[in-house]
Design a protein around this ligand. Sequence first.
Ligand code: 3HC
Length: 318
Amino acid sequence: MKRQSDEAGAAQFAATLAADEKIEPRDWIPEGYRQTLIRQMAQHAHSEVIGMQPEGNWITRAPTLQRKAILIAKVQDEAGHGLYLYSAAETLGTSRDELVDLLHKGKQKYSSIFNYPTLSWADMGAIGWLVDSAAIVNQIALQRTSYGPYARAMVRICKEESFHARQGYSIMMALSKGTDVQREMMQDAIDRWWWPSLMMFGPPDAESTNTAQSMEWKIKLYTNDELRQEFINQTVPQAHYLGATVPDPDLTFDEESGNWNIGAIDWDEFWAVVKGNGPLNRQRIAHKLKAWEENAWVREAASAYAAKRSRDRIEATA
Ligand code: 3HC
């Protein structure tokens, strides 16, 4: 296929964006667009995979067989989300192994939220309800992102995330209707997960180094603060329905805008966690590395099997 000149390619790229159509792997792509997508999609995939750890920690301690089965299904879903996203990122000319190596070396990030400990069963509810709802708010927007493979990966991920959020809220509902101790567990988990969930949407727009360009390229359709506000408006009434208190003494409802206005987010905490100094950053990566090394045999066996299948197919047609 004749390679498009950069001028023609850039014009086509701009026209595709302007028409709100999808950029596809075969299209001419500016290097900055490609690098931004690799950075964001890799971070998204890494988040899904590291995000398996906090919840995996409670599979053996689920209170009932049904809750255990649901949590196993959710954790397995997250692994699948990671694989979709690595596969989507590979359409940009990178490889899953390369991205995983960058994660292991601390050269790529994953979501700050997964560096917090899960201290009780109520945390499974808070993560499902708050963290997955936050992910859904962000990912519904990403279903319309300009890069085709990323947008399409979001469609199936969003469907599965809805189950994740529902099962989390179901746990919180059960606790809210339980004993005083269970209600205290529920409130304690909300107290610990509320603010880190708000931080998932990234720094305030004024401090976001990537938002302006990502909006211009329609990688992002909304800013960090816009998505954060949507999440807050959605979850505060849900917390009140649980009979829970949102841990923000400055929380007020603005009748005119219809927004719940929050107090100050501790951005020092956010940046400390992003920079590797959160409660469990080191443990999360250490666990990831240990699992990567211990399960190398699975990758080798799968590769050997795939190679044999490929040889058999060639011999069969020779
Ligand atoms: N955790 C870690 N780093 C974060 C962060 C967070 N919550 N929010 C922002 N950052 C980093 C950014 O990566 C960027 O650093 P970099 O330039 O070195 O990569 C810096 O802080 C400045 O932030 P920006 O707002 O400029 O960065 P972005 O434009 O990339 O916006 C984002 C950040 C909103 C998280 C965006 O990357 C995004 O929408 N990513 C896709 C969604 C995603 O990754 N979600 C993670 C959760 S997945 C999940 O929850 C799984 C679910 O199943 C539970």
